[in-house]
Structure formats: C-alpha cells, structure tokens
Design a binder for this molecule. Sequence first.
Ligand SMILES: Nc1ncnc2c1ncn2[C@@H]1O[C@H](COP(=O)(O)OP(=O)(O)OP(=O)(O)O)[C@@H](O)[C@H]1O
Length: 678
Amino acid sequence: MQLTDAISVVKGIGEKTEKGLNKLGIYTVQDMLEHYPRAYDIYGRLMNINEIEEGEMAVFVGYMYMNIETKKVRHLTIASCRVKDATGSIGLTWFNMPYIKNTLKSGSYYIFRGKASRKNGMLVIEQPKILSKEEYYNKKDVLQPIYPLTNGVTNNLLSKTVKAIIEEIDLTGDFLPSTIRKENDLVEYRFAVKQIHFPKDKEEMLRARKRIVFNEFFLFTLALTYMKEEKSKKIRKNPYDRGSISDALIEGLPYELTNAQKRAWNEIMKDMCDGVIMNRLVQGDVGSGKTVLAALALAMNAENGYQGTLMVPTEVLAKQHFESLSKLYEPFDISCLLLTGSMTAKEKRLAYEKIKNKEVSVVIGTHALIQEKVEYADLGLVITDEQHRFGVKQREILSTKSENPHVLVMSATPIPRTLAIILYGDLDISVVDELPANRLPIKNCVVNTDYHSTAYRFIENQIQEGRQAYIICPMVEESESMEAENVIEYTQKVREALPPFIRTEYLHGKMKPKEKNEIMEQFAKNEIQVLVSTTVIEVGVNVPNATVMMIENAERFGLAQLHQLRGRVGRGDHQSYCILVSGSRSKETKKRLEILNTSNDGFYIAGEDLKLRGPGDLFGIRQSGDMEFKLGDIYNDAKVLKAANEAAKNMSISEIQKLCSKNERLKHQLEGYIGTTL
Ligand SMILES: Nc1ncnc2c1ncn2[C@@H]1O[C@H](COP(=O)(O)OP(=O)(O)OP(=O)(O)O)[C@@H](O)[C@H]1O
C-alpha cells in the first residue's frame, strides 16, 4: 500500500463509503492518515458531584435515591431523576428512552457519564451514558480518537480504516535528518502517525502531535525557501510611473488617510516605482482601512497600462469590493469587472473575453475563480486578501499567470510580528496599526446565558435608533450538516424574542453564494435588521450601520477569531457594542475573554492569547478551520513553529533537493505545496 493510493484500496471500503470519505476530503491513503482526530475522549478519574462544572464532561458514581419519573411533552418522552453522592446531588434527564425506567433501580449505585448543562439555574446532565464497572475501568485512561465526521461516516468506520492502513503501510524512512530530530526531541514519523490516532496515553499523544506539527511547519518553511529563491531570480521589472490618479483618488476621499495607511501606501508605491517586483504583505487590524490601499495600488497599476486583480475569499466580499471600487474609480478611466462562481456560464464567458481583450483594468473575484481558465492581458498586479489563510499555493498560482506581477497580500489577522516574519517569510511586511480617527472604541461585555433577554432588549433599542445587529449563533459540534438546522432553529428563537417589525434573517456556510449575496445586500440596505450567522460573516464584511455584535458560545472561539468577528461593528461613526455570551463559568475562559473585554487592539490580543496558551491547551480551540496546516496551530504551537522554521530556513535549495531525492514522500509533499515539480 502506498500513500498515494486511492482510499478504496483499503479492505472494506466500497463505493458508497468512498463517496462519504471524499466528502471529508479523503481521497487517498495519505489523506486518511492526515485526517487527524479533532479531540480524544477519555473517561478519566471519577469525580465528586460537587466538582461537576457546566459545559464539562463528567464521570461519577451516583446513588439513585428516587425513582425515575417520566412525562410526555409534545412528542418527547422525558425521563428524569436525581442522584447523589457524599458531596451533593445532580439531575439526570433522558429523552425518548422510556425503558431507562426499568434499567435503573432506586437504591443502587451507577457510573454515569455526560456533559453538564444548566437548566433553570440548576446543573443537569442530559442523556448520560451508564457505564458498567468493567467498561469504565478498562477504558479509564485510554484516549479514544474523535474524528471530524460527515453524514454516513461514523467514528468507528474512520478509526477502523486508519487502523487497517497503519497495519499494512510501510512508513519507515524518515525524511527528517536524525540531527534535527535529536535537537528538537522529536519521535520518528512512523511512530507519530500511529500514536496520533491511537495514543497509548496523553504523553505519547503529545509527542506524536509535536512531531506531526513540526513536519507541517518544516515543510511549509521549505516551500517558502524554495519560492523565495525562485522569486529572487526575477527581481527586475519596468519601474512604474507615479502618475496622477492615485493622488487624485486620495484627494477625493471623504476622509484623510491615517498615518499608518500613508506609510503603507508609500512602501507599496516605492516597490512598484523602483523597478523591483513587489512581494508585500499588508497586515492590518480589522477595520484599519486596507481596502483603500488595494484600490490605490490597482489604480496606479492601471494607469501604467496593466491589468490587476483583487482576489478575496468569499463572493459576498468580492461583490462588496466590486461596488466600492467601481464607485471610487467612477471619475477615472478605470473599468472594473466582477467574476464570481454564481455567475452563469454565459456571463463568465463574456467576462473571460473582456479580460483577455484587455477591456477591463481591474478584475475582482474569489480565489477559486481567478485560478480557473482566465487568461489575463498584461497582468501587472495581483492582490490577495488572505484573512486566515497562510496559503502559499494560492498566492503562487496567480503570480504564475503572467511573467512577473507585483504581489500584494492583505491580511486582517493581527498575528504577532515574530510569527508574521515566519509565516510570510517570502514577503516584505507593512503594518497598518492605527484605526481611523473617527472611530469610537467598541464597548464590550462578557455575560453568561442568563443574560439573553436583556441582550435582546438591548438589540431592540439599538434597532429603534436605526442601527443593526449581528448575532453569531451557538455552535454545534457534531457535523456541518447540523449547522444549517441549528442556525434556522436559533433564528426562530430570536424572531420570537424580538418585536415583529424587526426583520431577522440567517446566513450559514451551506447556503448557495447567490442566496448569501442576497441576504447580505438586504442587510447592507437595512432591509434586514438582525443577521444571525455562523462564522461565515467574520470575513471582511463592511456594514458601518451595524453596531451590535452578539457572539454566542464565545468560549469556543480563539481570541483572534473573536476579534475578527467583533471587527464587523465599530466601522462607522456610531457607538458600537460587542456582547460575548459564554456558556462556561470556568476561570480559564473568564481570563481569556477578559482580554477581549478590556482591549480592542488586535495585535495586543494576539500577543496575550499566545502567552495564555500552555502546551495543555491543544485541542480546545483552533483559530480557524481554514488554515494551511492540518494539525498545527500557529498560536498554540508557536514554539514548534519557531523551532521548525529555525531548522528549515537555513537549508539551501540544493540541500532541499538532496533531501527530496532521498525521500520520495517528502518530494511528493513539497511538490504538492508549491504546485510544481522539483
Ligand atoms: N482613514 C480613514 N478614515 C476614516 N474612515 C476610513 C479610513 N480608511 C478607511 N475608512 C473606512 O473604514 C471602513 C473599513 O475599511 P476597510 O473595509 O478597508 O477595512 P479593512 O482594513 O479591510 O478591515 P477588515 O479586515 O475588517 O475587512 C470603510 O468603511 C472605509 O471606508
């Protein structure tokens, strides 16, 4: 069995299962091995009842001191009782399991396991499992992998498939030189793959994890080194003429550029006018005004007779940018074109022709589309808006669409400078670390779930004053397909809580781009006042009239992501508010959210976030599912990132090639990264 084999080579994987696996992005044996557990389940030690905390899994021995009562509510049969130990008592509830009444006997002890939640102010455990003594003691310390799932693919199936692969595949031949392994205290790759899926204990799992994360970062750095070298071969380009349009644009803005914007613009301009090829990252906090910098650069590029593109991660954003740039360019002879996936085939064909015939100077679209079969005419500048991604490949593909375009990458992720230098090692960095002067700082509060009705009243008042609100829906862990259902259900609740003149709509990742666009357009026009959304909204949306951002389950997000979400408000002259609703009362959560509560500065927050995370905090929160790395998290694993970078960055191209020639697997992975053959 080879890593590149189709997943169907594994015994027992039929056509139907294969399709299910494909939905999870698993096509090959390697994909399966890299489908890492998102968490591990462990029973752990038996707790006292008074130690049980809301939102946490608990396993404990409870004494049944009363009979189970059952009642019917609509089509639900609810069975409930209370159990106790020497330290306290707790309620248990089962839905549609009437037989439980005959399974558990009053006057006996049982081991229960489940997640505690708060109902009417009291802690209860819903659907607790009942474990036999053997079951508990046999598995007490075993880490059982929990995989990301989709419809028709069970945890058991994934776990069995991985096991079958590990038994058969030959993973010997580690590409990491043993000196690097020793220096960084890393286990062998073969061992790591096995232990990450089926760890003996937590310690082994952490060692396995460290190795795999190191691999990811190491490969990433090798790819950067390679690309940097490629870029350095083509450094000269005809210098641009400064022209007059960008100055006229700045003159015509309804505001003055901030000093940080001016500084960044000067750096961009200098690159383009000096005859070098620009490879620059503009890193700026949310709402710091990066779009205008892109607009200026594209205008100068057009004035010099070149075509330029702006690639963004979502259609909603593409449309938003298209509209604002078209308006900005109205007095000048600069034509814009929008290219998105929801356009009809005919519209797309027409767009392709216009681009090819150079009838347009600025093309704005999503990543996916611009990568397709578009042929540019004199592409001089490529701007990508990366948000959370550190996608080496994305920015590379576009720059191969023409000889030597200038490349500008915009990122709203205020990662600490030390990490930015590593992650964007192939780029020069401009930082926009100042917000426009008209902004009032956002007022924040962290509350628990009892606060809902007050929050809804607050939102209602803001809407009475003409403003709008976002609500980020509570999260569902189980699967993506449940996400949609969950948003719809929650929206209904919000509608019931608010008066009928307020229009509340929802947005989720499973909606068609066209539907999303429509909702966003209506929200931008204030035809919708409350937008309930999953995190799809976090990316770049600009509706300055929205003043409230309420985030449910705030405890489950990374601070940087929360900061991004909060950045959707406070973008205009009105006072804005961020309400963080936390379902957890743990001290740890409080401390984390407090950072956000007291600061609106993204760079500060990112730095504090980094400090707070210890090596134990590994699977709880990822900043985003959209990262380049499957397991590594630049925040949690900052130390490993630095070490891997240190180990890889000084390798010369010939050393990398030598390493690749000795190891087919490394070569294959690296080629995958940079999209060319080595
Ligand atoms: N110097 C400025 N003074 C006042 N307003 C500004 C200034 N620069 C930009 N703006 C306005 O601020 C808002 C946010 O700008 P923009 O959308 O470019 O932010 P951004 O940096 O892209 O943020 P995000 O990363 O959150 O998308 C826009 O409405 C824009 O017109």
